[in-house]
Structures are given as C-alpha cells and as structure tokens.
Write a protein that binds this ligand. Sequence first.
Ligand SMILES: [Zn+2]
Ligand SMILES: [Zn+2]
Length: 226
Amino acid sequence: MDWEEITLGNGNVNQGHFYLPKGTTLFPLDSWGGNNKTKMGAQFSVTFPGTGETTKTDIDGKKRLLRETRGESKRFIAHHKLKPGDKVFIHKKGERDFLVSKRPPESPTFEAWAEDFDNQIKKALSTSEEERKKQLQKATGKSEKTTVTTTVFKRNPYVVAEALIRANGICERCKSNAPFERKSDGTPYLEVHHKQPLSENGQDTVTNAIALCPNCHRELHFGKNA
Ligand SMILES: [Zn+2]
Ligand SMILES: [Zn+2]
C-alpha cells in the first residue's frame, strides 16, 4: 500500500499531531529520528491540500509522529472541520514526498489487495516463533474494514444452469459427489468455472464451462499442477 489511514483521536485534534500507525513502512527508514531535535532523521515533504501548505519534517520515532507539522496539521484539521473519529490519509507521492488528505485514496483492486495480503502472510510465515508470539500478543482481535474495487465479468446465468444440469451433482473433474447441499435450496453445491478464463478471452459458453467441487475449483486456480 502506498498510503496510511489515521483515525483522529482527541489528542490529534487538540495537539495537531498525526500519530503514525504501528509498524508502518510508508516512510523512508532514515526519516525515523529520536525523541528530540539532536537526533533528527532525514526530512521529507508533506503537503496539506485545502490550506495549501507544504512543510518538511522527519519523524519523532519515540512518539511516532510527524515532528514539524504541528501548525500545518492544526490548520488542516480546522480548515476541514475534522473531529475526533474522522480519518485522515497520508499518501506517498514519491520517495520523500507525502500528501495528507481527508479523502480515502482510490481503492486498490481486489487482486492488488489479495496479493498484498498474501505477501503479508508469507512474511508472517517466515518470522521466528518468538516474533509470531509477540505479534499475536499485541493483537486486539478487532478487525478494521477496508474498501477494495472489484471488476467482474457479466456472466450468462443460462450457461451456469446448463453446466450444473449437465453435472447432475457430480464434479466434472474428479467425479466425486458435490461435498454438500446448499442451505438455500438443498441443491448439490458445485461451482461453475471457465476452462479458458474470461480474462484470457475465454468464451462464456456451455462448452467452455465446467461444474466443479470446491477442491477441484481451488486447485485449478491455485494448485501447483493445475
Ligand atoms: Zn472435484
Ligand atoms: Zn474458476
């Protein structure tokens, strides 16, 4: 992700501080300084649309906030009439060029989000047991929402229906019975897949469709030998 979301607390609004999320990797590593000006990090620029101000700052690594943007942040918060609970977004525009806005950045595509999450899982899997324990201990168990954009192909329901009727409750790949029946209407649960994906110019036709059990379907999309 090339942005971070900050939910404003009373402290942010009153003090004009933007506390940065824990573990953020948005900012250059050398910009994380100490807790006073004798231990400054390298500066980057931050622009505040609305008030039109741009300033240079490093990060107070102890308090995890933008050291030099207090006045600008306060004026930005006042200009946009932000209250505790509102969100601000810090977008990365360049290596040392950031922008604060009250609007969410354009949502990532679902695929970009999923790839990013996949990479986070890979990273988690490769950390030490000690580190994994530490991460789990500090977790609150609460999950925040995020928004992604999904672009879909419009599919022909008659193609799906025809493939399901043809399969008659049996996976057309492994020939096993559908693993369960649908809660909604008791019909066997199979998923209709396109042999040649629509995204690769496959046709939405009965001959390009195959009714699959969920295992076969996942394997065709994610399996090593698919
Ligand atoms: Zn199957
Ligand atoms: Zn599929």
